[in-house]
Write a protein of this length. Structure first.
Length: 257
């Protein structure tokens, strides 16, 4: 059922750099197309798009059927969505707005089985092929093959990255520049942010904890790879459709004229 090797295993490989995009449209066809054209993973955006648990569940199944990994950005750091998404067979979860080491410990513990966390047993769910897998296989997959990530979107969190990275169940991070720029008033290219970015990347890579971010253009993805990121989300399904549609109508009207 799951892509082999798992997403987190691929991200931990030497010189890893995976490319994904955001799924904001609650439609299965767009997710299937994203998988068919060759993206490594897709992120169901439950924070900034109208995805319910039901649509997220469908995205998981459809995305994985193409061989693509699927993770979800949950709505908040309450942990209320984690259990159901994990038992739906998702490859990982990304939690927004994590600001302290204590929050990092708590939100990632919700994604991990004891003794590392407090995720509950549910091996008759899709995550264990509805009970066709053994309880031992289900637990092993949950402990070793789930992407348990947090978003760093605050200057204080960037500064406290060494402490945050010590969260026992944490195995991936993401620098969210949109909210980071809003909260700090700095541009993404500001030397202060670049200095903190370098600090985060060095700390994460020293622990083999993959760090990712979101970009809009291929050249930005290249910069991220060279800087030490392990994964990026490039654009989003909404943006891809909007730009392609606008380009097509403009070209068609120009040709008619």
């Amino acid at each position: 059922m799951y892509p082999k090797p798992s997403l987190i295993e691929r991200l931990r490989a030497k010189d890893a750099f995976l490319i994904g995009t955001w799924a904001k449209i609650p439609a299965l066809e767009t997710v299937e197309l994203i998988g068919h054209v060759g993206f490594d993973f897709v992120v169901v955006d439950m924070e900034h798009a109208p995805h319910s648990f039901q649509t997220a569940y469908q995205v998981i199944a459809f995305g994985q059927s193409t061989g693509m990994s699927v993770i979800a950005r949950v709505p908040d750091r309450s942990g209320s969505a984690a259990q159901r998404l994990l038992d739906a067979g998702i490859d990982g979860i990304l939690v927004p707005r994590v600001e302290t080491a204590e929050q990092a410990v708590d939100v990632t513990a919700a994604m991990a089985f004891p003794p590392m966390g407090y995720r509950g047993m549910g091996y008759t769910s899709r995550a264990a092929r509805w009970g066709l897998d053994s309880a031992a296989e289900y637990l092993e997959h949950g402990r070793t093959n789930i992407f348990r990530g947090i978003q760093i979107e605050d200057m204080g969190a960037l500064a406290a990255i060494e402490e945050i990275l010590e969260a026992p169940a944490l195995n991936a991070i993401f620098i969210g520049y949109g909210d980071l720029q809003l909260s700090s008033g700095l541009s993404a290219s500001d030397p202060k942010l670049r200095e903190l970015e370098d600090k985060v990347l060095k700390a994460a890579n020293a622990r083999n904890i993959p760090c990712g971010t979101a970009v809009q253009k291929p050249e930005e993805a290249v910069r991220c790879r060279d800087a030490g990121y392990r994964y990026v989300m490039v654009s989003a399904d909404t943006t891809l459709f909007a730009h392609a549609a606008r380009g097509l109508i403009q070209e068609t009207r120009a040709a008619i004229r």
